[in-house]
Design a protein around this ligand. Structure first.
Ligand code: PMP
Length: 356
């Protein structure tokens, strides 16, 4: 027996894990610094850890009340109706749910290149065709309405990422509005704000008041440090918010994630420390790395190091794991997640040693 033809579905390659690398290199996992997956170097909020512990004895029940409570908390924060909050297993779940809600087989979607690998994957599960718009390195990966619209041809979903992974570039709110304005009213502009906590740029929330063609992706994986719990959400316009009940996998967001999410949302200190350290780390890397870097609004920096694979392999042997960007089509680059001050300094020292 064979699965259906999955040849168009490329496997997702995540950044390498500490245990995996330690085993391969015969190193102690505690001596490794992992800066390859844009995770929170401070871990989760202590309040979230406590919430998970407290909730552990009740995991025999389905997560209904917790789901409602977290959705309500987010609705209050964003000043939207509770139906406009689509909780999902990670930001990845948002991509699945919006593809389920909007894409018919044969529809086309438009993704950035380079860009986040799960945009095309989630659309292809719906048998969509995938086109791309290029962010050009000559323009420092600038995102303008023109870069996006040059390749627009009545696509069903247009994906925008701000700050953008892996380059760190951003797209201004006015420009997002221009893209939405100039595309067909049946085109959804999906604004991926997975890293938005790390930038001062205004978020796209105000657009939801006047537009039906925008959805915003948010996640607890980055600034909130809950990547392992898989928690994210979309903010969607009121007009079609009720589609959630038809596309949501029942109970896909688990109760521990919901409780941790609520605790994390209330821990301003943890988020502030995380964001402040990421800002420091970005400028430290720009100033001290012996390689050109790009301006970044996220918790990572893209650096042109020559041979990205060779440099990331060599850094790894020295205990620092960074992301080789060849899978993004950027063979000469690595992406370095902002660590703690100590981790970031060590990463820069090691990278400077191995960059030739
Ligand atoms: N969007 C972007 C741009 C990302 O980089 C990621 C994760 N690396 C996600 C969405 C999804 O993150 P998660 O599923 O962990 O919330």
């Amino acid at each position: 027996m064979e699965p259906r033809d999955l040849s168009m579905h490329t496997p997702y390659r995540a950044g390498r894990g500490v245990e995996e690398v330690a085993r391969e290199l015969g190193l102690d996992p505690d001596d490794l610094v992992k800066l390859s997956s844009n995770e929170n170097p401070f871990g989760p909020s202590p309040a979230a850890v406590e919430a998970v512990r407290d909730a552990a004895p009740t995991v025999h029940t389905y997560p209904k009340a917790e789901h409602t409570d977290l959705s309500q908390m987010l609705a209050d924060r964003w000043d939207v109706a509770v139906e406009q909050v689509w909780l999902s297993p990670g930001g990845d779940g948002v991509l699945d749910y919006l593809a389920r809600a909007f894409v018919d087989p044969g529809d086309a979607v438009l993704v950035p290149e380079p860009g986040f690998a799960y945009y095309p994957m989630s659309a292809r599960y719906r048998d969509a065709t995938v086109d791309s718009y290029r962010l050009s390195r000559e323009d420092d990966f600038a995102q303008t309405p023109e870069t996006v619209l040059e390749n627009y041809d009545d696509h069903r979903i247009v994906y925008l990422t701000t700050p953008h992974n892996p380059t760190g570039s951003e797209i201004a709110l006015d420009d997002i509005e221009t893209v939405a304005e100039r595309t067909d009213e049946e085109t959804l502009v999906l604004v991926d704000e997975a890293y938005a906590e790390f930038t001062d740029a205004p978020n796209a929330r105000p657009l939801l008041d006047d537009r039906e063609d925008i959805a915003i992706l948010r996640t607890f994986s980055k600034a909130y440090g809950l990547a392992g719990l898989r928690l994210g959400y979309a903010l969607v316009p009121a007009e079609w918010a009720d589609a959630y009940e038809r596309v949501n996998t029942p109970f896909a967001v688990n109760s521990l994630a919901c409780r941790a999410g609520m605790a994390a949302l209330d821990d301003d200190e943890h988020v502030e420390k995380t964001v402040e350290t990421a800002r420091w780390a970005r400028s430290y890397m720009h100033d001290n790395l012996d390689a050109p870097t790009w301006e970044s609004g996220g918790n990572f920096v893209l650096a042109a190091v020559g041979d990205g694979t060779a440099v990331s392999d060599a850094a790894q042997r020295e205990g620092v794991i960074v992301r080789d960007c060849s899978s993004f089509g950027l063979d000469d680059c690595v992406r370095i997640t902002c660590g703690t001050r100590e981790e970031t300094k060590r990463a820069v020292d090691v990278l400077n040693e191995v960059i030739t």
